[in-house]
Structure formats: C-alpha cells, structure tokens
Write a protein that binds this ligand. Structure first.
Ligand code: GDP
Length: 329
C-alpha cells in the first residue's frame, strides 16, 4: 500500500472506531468509488472493521415512493435512540446525480433524526443502484457496525421485482404499504410480499383507519404459511401521525429478532447472504476489470467503428473482446 494510502487508512480506521461521523461518511465515499486503485484500501478497511461487525440488528424498509418510508424511519430511529440505541440510516439520495456523493446527512427528509447525536444518516448517490440500494450499501452497513451503531435502518428507493436485494442484506425486512393504491394485489401477485418479514399497512389514520384494517386482514389471509414456519409474517397497521404505533412496531421487531436468535437462524441467514454476495461481488469485479482494462477500452473503440460500417456483428465483436480479456492472476 502506498504511503499516502497508509496514512489515510490509519485516519479512517481510528475515526471509524471513534464513531466520527465525518470520517465514517468519507470512508463510505471511498467504498463507493469504482476506481480500481481504491479497491485495495476499501478491502483493507473492511477487513480491519470485520471483527467489530455483526453485532447490530439490520432492518430494511421497503415500499413504493410515497408510502411513508422516510417519515417512518425518522420516527422509528428516534424511538430507538430514546431507548439508548445508536442508529445508522442508509438511504439513496434521489436528488443526487451519477457521480455526486453526499457527505451531509439527508437533512431535508429526516430533519429531526439528523439532529440527534446518536444518529448517522448516509444517503448514497442514486446513480449506482442495485435492486433499490446502492451497490455498496452492504459495505457501508459493515462500517457503521464497526463504528458502534446498534441499529442499521436501510431504506430502498422503491419496491419492484428487482428490489428484492434488501432481503440479502437485512435481518428483518419491513414492507410498507398504503391503502387505495392497489399495491396490495400487485404485491401479492408479483411475490413482492414474500420478501417481507413484517408487513405494515401505513398511514392508518384519519379517514383511512377502516380501510387500512380491512386491507391488513385481506393481506394476512392471502399469505400462505408452511406448518414448519417459525415466523408467521404479521400484518400490522401503523400511522406516523400516532407515535404510539411505534411501540407496537418495535415490539414486533424485537419478537422477530428473538425468533431469529433461536437455533442461530440469524447466523444461517447471514451466511446464506454472504454466499450470495460472494457471487454478486465477483460478477461486479469482473465487469469492472473488463471495462477498466486499457486493451479492452482500445479494442472497443475499434469494434464500435466496425459496427457502424456493418463489417462485424455484435456477437463476433463481443467474442473478440473476451478473447483478449485476461483477468489479473
Ligand atoms: P417515502 O417516499 O416512502 O419516503 O414517503 P415520505 O415519508 O416522504 O411520505 C410521503 C408523504 O406521506 C409525505 O407528505 C408525508 O408527510 C406523508 N406521510 C408519511 N407518513 C404518513 C402517515 O402515517 N400518515 C399520513 N396521513 N401521511 C403520512
């Protein structure tokens, strides 16, 4: 490792272990870099942090835009802090462009939570999303754990068929739904409900109270359980206008956490997820190495030209590229 990098490394590790939020945010920006030269220091950081990871509870919050995710996280986060927990929130910043990192907390969306000493809010740029998360959300989560955060709240940008990656990251996935949108039927049909460990019919307030209750019963009736399931996905109603809702939410999350601790299910789930990430990261690294290789870059330019004058077909061009691509041994 070069001297400059080593100095950075010391500053990063010390800052992370001290729970310094600015350094933590800078370290996450480094992880988000797709530059090959940053991969070594990122890997070293993660390896260094690793012994201090794994002790937090990881909660994913998913749901369509407008279902109330950020309001919900703001209140859930405050609730955990009132119980003496340290809370990290990993979100995607919808306003950021491709390359722009976000050093500052997402003040506009979670104003009160961002003022808390024991909260850390880290929006990642929207450009590099993978299944509704940033491709480095997992690594960011690990650094937050090493920095001593007890609860990690991970917010997805939305929910869709490709946004099931949250299940590969979180110990508990909360799916927020709202009534009157037709989501409930869509979600059942598309199997999105299957990613949820806890379903919350949100905005159950004012004129929506009754319909929310009805929808929650309907969803509950449509979930099929196996006799052997240790956890039967509960469907709750909640309103961020009523802070008492969060007592119920918290106790259900706790119950789920206890269920997972039995038979070491949490370890099994995390191991399965790590195997998934081994494959995902390998694919990602191969693609990055491919497109960063100078030989590939120069041949691609030539091949694009050949395609423009119809002297080659795309299959042949791709084959030529692969033939000269030698991953670094
Ligand atoms: P997100 O896009 O899923 O993050 O949703 P937001 O948290 O930004 O909420 C979208 C809108 O719904 C905002 O205007 C919120 O004030 C409102 N909202 C959020 N939660 C509730 C709730 O429980 N009840 C009501 N009535 N409105 C809510």
């Amino acid at each position: 490792m070069a001297l400059k990098k080593r100095l950075d490394f010391k500053e990063y590790t010390q800052g992370i272990f001290d729970g310094n939020k600015i350094i933590l945010s800078k370290a996450i920006t480094l992880l988000e870099s797709s530059k090959k030269e940053d991969r070594d220091i990122s890997l070293a950081l993660l390896k260094f942090a690793f012994p201090k990871t794994g002790k937090s509870f990881r909660i994913g919050i998913t749901g369509v835009p407008g279902s109330g995710k950020s309001t919900f996280i703001e209140l859930l986060g405050q609730k955990y802090i009132s119980l003496g927990k340290k809370v990290a929130v990993l979100t995607i910043d919808p306003s950021s462009g491709l390359a722009k990192g976000s050093i500052l907390a997402d003040k506009t969306r979670m104003e009160e939570l961002s003022k808390e000493r024991d909260a850390f809010i880290r929006p990642s740029p929207a450009g590099m999303t993978l299944g509704g998360l940033h491709r480095c959300t997992r690594q960011a989560m690990l650094l937050c754990e090493a920095a001593g955060f007890d609860i990690i709240l991970i917010e997805t940008v939305g929910v869709g068929q490709s946004e099931t990656v949250i299940k590969k990251l979180a110990d508990a996935v909360l799916l927020l739904m709202v009534t009157g949108t037709g989501d409930e039927l869509q979600f059942i049909k598309k199997g999105i409900i299957e990613i949820a460990d806890i379903i919350v019919v949100n905005k159950a307030d004012e004129e929506n109270v009754q319909s929310a209750e009805m929808v929650s019963k309907e969803i509950q009736a449509n979930i099929s359980y196996q006799e052997s399931d240790l956890w039967k996905v509960p469907v709750l109603t909640s309103s961020s206008l009523n802070i008492k809702s969060f007592d119920k939410i918290l106790s259900i999350i706790k119950l789920y956490e206890t269920t997972l601790s039995n038979d070491n299910l949490i370890h099994k789930r995390r191991t399965e997820n790590n195997i998934y990430w081994l494959h995902e990261l390998s694919k990602q690294y191969v693609i990055e190495d491919f497109y960063n290789s100078p030989k590939i870059i120069s041949l691609i330019t030539n091949l694009e030209e050949s395609l423009s004058n119809d002297s080659i077909i795309p299959e042949e061009a791709a084959d030529q590229l692969l033939k000269i691509f030698k991953p670094i041994e």
